[in-house]
Design a protein around this ligand. Sequence first.
Ligand SMILES: Nc1ncnc2c1ncn2[C@@H]1O[C@H](COP(=O)(O)OP(=O)(O)O)[C@@H](O)[C@H]1O
Ligand SMILES: [Mg+2]
Length: 284
Amino acid sequence: MKIISILNHKGGVGKTTFTGSVAQALALTGFRVLAIDNDSQHNLCSLLGVGSRSPNICDFYEARPKEASRILLRAVRKTDLHNLHTITSSKELGDSSVKDILYLKKHIEECGFERYYDYILIDNAPGIDSLQACAIHASDEIFVPTELRQFAVDGLVEMEQVIGERHPKAAQITRIIPNFYKDIKRHNTFLAVLHDLFPRRVTSTCIPLDNVFDEVVTEGKILFLHRLYSKGAAFYLKLVEELFALDEDAVWEQVSGKRREHISTQARNRLKKSAGNKDEKQQQ
Ligand SMILES: Nc1ncnc2c1ncn2[C@@H]1O[C@H](COP(=O)(O)OP(=O)(O)O)[C@@H](O)[C@H]1O
Ligand SMILES: [Mg+2]
């Protein structure tokens, strides 16, 4: 099992979109995935179509030590995808909820998640405070989605220093993922700067700017089942192949197979429903 924190001190850079999309892509590829929402905005649970209910991550942080593992286990919820589970968050979640920086790590181990999951992805709020510290201490790696702008690039250098100085024993930044990419001079210049600053850590796949991410959230749909042929979905699959060293053809086969299954189940349900309605009318 590998635990990955998705982190950036900035908001609006695509952390939640990344966590949700990568979690769904990995689950559709056959991996067992747990996505933890460690942000009081609880956007990840909305993206995964799961409402914020108790017990959630906030109840876990505030639990008595003896009960914490039991609450963490009870906080795990199913999503619409077979292999994907999530732990939701709530607006009450705050830094003051964290009493011990090793708390999440300790209880993930105690719950035996190792037996149930191949990957745990932890979505974080902007900043590097106690909640994020707790996540990175539980993690093996940190993935950082970023915009291609001056302040964003400068901020990453600072962020790396802060993590190294304040949390030398926690996971460190292993991958940087350029988001909102357009093939224009300004973006390509910042991309080159990023490659210079973080050699071998910037993914060669950049996620393009695409409205599809907002559309699927608004419509409550799953990117790879409902909009597989969008630019956004194609680049996310490419990114997942790169980040997790997966075979391109195998990923495509599995995801498109799941999409076919989903469409045929939906069509069958629609047929059943309309046949049911006809029967009802005939009986009246
Ligand atoms: N590649 C992209 N192209 C267009 N919009 C995107 C892209 N990635 C994310 N978004 C949108 O940008 C907004 C912020 O993304 P989000 O993942 O919530 O960022 P964060 O979690 O870092 O605050 C959301 O509306 C999301 O749908
Ligand atoms: Mg977010």
